[in-house]
Each structure stands twice: as structure tokens, then as C-alpha cells.
Design a protein around this ligand. Structure first.
Ligand SMILES: [Zn+2]
Length: 368
């Protein structure tokens, strides 16, 4: 039977946090989570809802708690409250998340030039992001757009998935923006989206892999080749390699132009963009929830069940197509295998290492 965890946050999974034993008729526990804040949750709300297995649900509930609780008066989440949250509350858009993060800087510094200490792990719930990686991407955006300055970054933050403690301050531009946000009732748009697909497709990058599909055999479909391939291994290989290297992004839904002739690609709906044909993922599965579940199932059965928290999957629209974005965080504590094979990134390729090569790689890149 499922029980409430004793030391991890039941909503966002933050590890090693204080909690009380079960108490009350509803068998509930109080948690003090650095991300969600203090809250009480009943066993039934946890046992009979998807809180514990759906990343999106977790993020919504976590964001709601953080914005509606206090340590003096912690919010109580039972099944009714849970249903109410899910039916009335949505995650903020990327622009809104940027606003929230910038406003957090504003509150912390009280509009002075004092530097602010923060932890990316403690911020997802507050700004409505799904995980630490999204917070890092948002910080990176604020840095690049000149709203904040920071002491430590010398390389792109988004290439550092484990980036946690930071020290930064608002710039003059940032203070002006916070002021604008505080005095405006309407929501202010940021023009630069996170991980714009056009940028991804134009820049070759060792942390990026573009795939045509998850399961659909495009060679079979478009070239009529007879031997059917187990296409999903392509995506899984990249995931395993990113886990064993420095993390990365996989974009599913575009193919390199030189892989297909015009007469072949024209058999399906497509659009030419840069060196790619955009085809999207709805051709494989119209239901994106389902698509995500399928991918997660593949990951847990071919790589590891425990890897789920390291991988974020979301969908974006571009040029009339829907793309699947897979964000893979670097794993720091262990190595991962795809069906007992060891993959790593070598430049912008994924390669299998065996025997001595694998041992040497592991010795050079220690994990604890
Ligand atoms: Zn939490």
C-alpha cells in the first residue's frame, strides 16, 4: 500500500526534509519543504490522486501550496482541496514565470543593489516552474536579457543542470522592469521564449540531438524500406548518453533534409526550415499525454525506473507543428545503461563504449 513518505516532500520530492508522524483522523502529516513551504497533506489525498506520478500535477499543486500557505497557518491538502486546485489552477506560462522570478529578485533586494543569495532548488514552486532545470533556464534568460547580474556564471547556465546556489542582483534595467511589473495590473510579456525551436534547429550543439520520431519508422513510411527498425532505441540512446555526459536536450519532430528526397517527405505534412523538414509528433500520436507516458514507460523499462526525476518532457508549438522536448539532466551519482549497453556523448554524436574504453571513461569522469 502507498504511504506518505517520511523524509521527502510528497508533492515535489525534495529530499531530506522535516515531517511529523501521521496524526489526526485523516492520517495526515505536516511537511516543511524548502520548495513548497509548510503544508499538511492527508494520506488519502496522496494515495488516490496522481500527485505522486505526474510531473505536471506535482508542479501545479506545489505552486499552489507555496502561494497559499504560511508557517503559522499551513494549508491542509485533502482530496477535496486537491480536486479544487486541479480544476481551478494552471501553471504560469514562461513569460509569467519570468515575471515571477524577477519579482522575487525585487522582493529580496527591496529594489536596492544588494546582492541576493538563492538556491535554484528552492524556487520552482514559487515561480511555477516544473523543476530546477526550468528555473536555471529562466535565470539564464534574465541574465542574457540584462535584467540581472550574477557572480559565478562563466558558461551558459543551461549547460549546468545541477547549478544550485547563486548570488546575484538586479541591474538598472531589472529594477525598472520590477517597478513596471509592480505598478501594472496587466501581465507584461517577455519576447524571448525559453529554448526557441528555431534557435535549436540552427545551432549545432553537443548538448542537442534532433530526432524525427519516437517510434514511427520514417524510412519505412517514406522510402518504403522493408526492414522495420526499432526506432525508439535512437531516442533512448541519446537519453542514456546525456545522463552519462553533461545532460542535454532532445527535440523530436524534425528530420535533416539530406535524409529524405522531396518526393519522399511530401508523402506527409511537412515544412522546410533551416536544414530540416519539420514534421511534428502528432503524426505519431495525437494525444501528447499519451505520448509522454509511452516515452516514460520506455525509459523505465530500458534504462531505469528511478531516472524519471532527471528527465523533463514537454511539448511546444512552432510553425504549426507540435514538438516534443526532452530535457535530460546530468546524473551525478551513478552511471546509466540502455539494455546493459553504455552510451556517452562524443562531440555531437552518441557512441557506445565497451570494455576498457568504458572503464577509462568512468575513471576519468568519477561519479559519487
Ligand atoms: Zn515540496
Amino acid at each position: 500500500m502507498i504511504e506518505l513518505p517520511s523524509a521527502n516532500c510528497p508533492v515535489c520530492e525534495f529530499e531530506r526534509i522535516p515531517s511529523t508522524p501521521y496524526h489526526g483522523a485523516g492520517r495526515s502529516r505536516l511537511y516543511q519543504c524548502p520548495n513548497c513551504g509548510d503544508f499538511i497533506i492527508s494520506l488519502m489525498a496522496y494515495r488516490f490522486t496522481p500527485i505522486f506520478n505526474d510531473a505536471n500535477t506535482k508542479a501545479i499543486v506545489s505552486h499552489f501550496i507555496r502561494n497559499n500557505t504560511s508557517s503559522e497557518n499551513p494549508i491542509f491538502i485533502d482530496r477535496d482541496k486537491y480536486e479544487e486546485i486541479l480544476s481551478t489552477f494552471k501553471l504560469p506560462t514562461t513569460s509569467e514565470q519570468l515575471n515571477n522570478l524577477l519579482q522575487w529578485f525585487g522582493y529580496q533586494s527591496n529594489n536596492s543593489l544588494d546582492s541576493i543569495d538563492g538556491f535554484t532548488k528552492n524556487l520552482p514552486a514559487l515561480i511555477g516552474a516544473k523543476n530546477q532545470q526550468q528555473v536555471i533556464n529562466l535565470l539564464d534568460r534574465l541574465l542574457k536579457d540584462g535584467y540581472i547580474e550574477m557572480e559565478n556564471p562563466t558558461i551558459d547556465l543551461r549547460d549546468r543542470p545541477a547549478f544550485n546556489g547563486f548570488c546575484g542582483h538586479l541591474t538598472g534595467k531589472g529594477i525598472a522592469k520590477v517597478d513596471e511589473l509592480n505598478h501594472s495590473k496587466t501581465f507584461i510579456n517577455f519576447n524571448t521564449p525559453i529554448l526557441p525551436i528555431e534557435k535549436l534547429l540552427k545551432e549545432e550543439n553537443k548538448n542537442l540531438e534532433v530526432k524525427g520520431s519516437l517510434q514511427l519508422d520514417l524510412n519505412h513510411l517514406l522510402k518504403g524500406s522493408n526492414k522495420q527498425k526499432d526506432v525508439k532505441i535512437g531516442v533512448l540512446k541519446s537519453i542514456a548518453a546525456f545522463l552519462n555526459s553533461s545532460g542535454g536536450y532532445i527535440l523530436i519532430g524534425a528530420v535533416e533534409m539530406d535524409k529524405f528526397k522531396l518526393s519522399e517527405i511530401s508523402k506527409i505534412r511537412y515544412k522546410a526550415f533551416s536544414n530540416y523538414y519539420l514534421i511534428g509528433v502528432l503524426i505519431e500520436n495525437k494525444n501528447t499525454d499519451n505520448y509522454q507516458l509511452t516515452l516514460r514507460d520506455f525509459i523505465s523499462s530500458h534504462i531505469s525506473k528511478e531516472v524519471s526525476g532527471l528527465i523533463d518532457i514537454y511539448f511546444t508549438e512552432f510553425e504549426g507543428f507540435t514538438f516534443c522536448n526532452v530535457v535530460v539532466n546530468k546524473a551525478n551519482h551513478k552511471w546509466y545503461y540502455l539494455d546493459h549497453k553504455f552510451f556517452v556523448r562524443d562531440g555531437n554524436r552518441t557512441v557506445e563504449l565497451t570494455d576498457d574504453d568504458a572503464d577509462n571513461y568512468k575513471n576519468r569522469n568519477k561519479r559519487f
